[in-house]
Design a protein around this ligand. Sequence first.
Ligand code: ATP
Length: 475
Amino acid sequence: MNKENQTLTMETLASLCKRRGFIFQTSEIYGGINGFWDYGPLGTELKRNIRGSWWHSVVQTRDDVVGLDSSIIMHSKTWEASGHIDGFSDPMVDCKSCKKRYRGDQLCEEQGKALQNEAGTYSLPEGIKCPACGSKDLTEPKAFNLMFKTFVGPVENDSTVAYLRPETAQGIFAQFQNVCSVARQKVPFGIAQIGKAFRNEINPRNYTFRSREFEQMELEFFIKPGSDEEWHNSWVEERLKWYESIGLPGSSLHKYVYPKDELAHYASACVDIMYDFPFGTQELEGIAARGDFDLSRHQECSGKSMAYFDQESNEKFIPHVIEPSAGVDRIALALLCNAYTEEWVAKGESSEIIPAEPGKKPPEGYEARTVMKFAPAIAPIKVAVFPLVKNKPQLLEKARGVFDKLKVCWPSFWDQTGAIGRRYRRQDEIGTPFAVTVDFDTLEDDTVTLRERDSMKQERVRIDELIGKLHGALI
Ligand code: ATP
């Protein structure tokens, strides 16, 4: 978390996100539905920037990764092969008194205990209480499969059952041979995919952090058996660098290295990249060395070979895989939390900025401002254009000319109403790094005022130098 906003609550953030158009509750007019969210105009741009930056780093700037866009509904045998039909479940616990439902492992953890799991059977330790009503009359944990079920075609029976994918990864494994035969790649190489995934989470919570519909950015990087450790370490470092490149400070990012006894039986290593959210340090991405588990299982269940022939060494093998798997929505939430800043600004010329003290009013001569300090590359809108007044056609036309030039380069915002100070504040609150004001001097000398969001510093810039200057600053 941004060290200056340690007291940020999800209520405060959600209120800004709704007010400014980052995130809305889905189907709000019907009372909403738990675990589903809609992204407004600014949230849409923010997510586009996250996806774009990930694609740029993982696919575009490498010559050993290609993309894929596979379907959300796959043959249901896929999920038998992957183990999701048998094993993709969470332990569900119900309170018999107030009927609230919980995820057993989380319930125990919050009360300083661990859910017991002996030979695949879960049980609650002594003394666990319902957080809502305090009752100890809870059901024993029952495995609840998280996949959403549906039917393909008009007939609803066992043979038409299908599942909304709970991860994008299996689409990649199932297309491994097709991609291999067209991509002109040799192992080691990767296949990347961005897309929606669905999990019927027992207890969606912490705003968008745990949702039932979310978006993943996944890479399956296929390697020669034996090179697992080296490639795993290299991807962990790559991915950490990327998080810093989008503006999350290194001091708020952590690695959780799975001890051997927490690894899935087929995995040789797993590291989670964690972020200090206001509600605790939580996972943004998991990077697992999964061996040949997935391809082997698909080979077994489909009867189709998943082997790869390595021409250099004249060997045939099933590649091992390193899987960095990240969530767009969680990254968006981390960026929103990190960007949120409250400050006090001196009124008048000096514009001195001091950090706000939580829960207090600004001292005499200062006013509060909320500013979303997104890294420029990730900010939804890059630049706003303001004509100083709206009732002078010549000025409006000049400002429109500037706006028309900028909007082809970056998402830009036009605002002609209200006092100029208020227009700046509105852009601060949505994290726009720059604002350009066109005034009467512009008509004389073709210069505009360029104002920077964080320092609030203003400078006079020639219109013909504006795009070059912004290019340099918006990387
Ligand atoms: P968790 O332990 O938090 O449930 P996970 O370990 O099951 O997550 P993975 O299966 O490794 O998650 O999924 C990869 C990534 O997909 C996660 O790191 C996260 O960013 C994202 N993700 C998974 N489940 C959700 C969810 N319910 N809501 C939003 N994002 C999710």
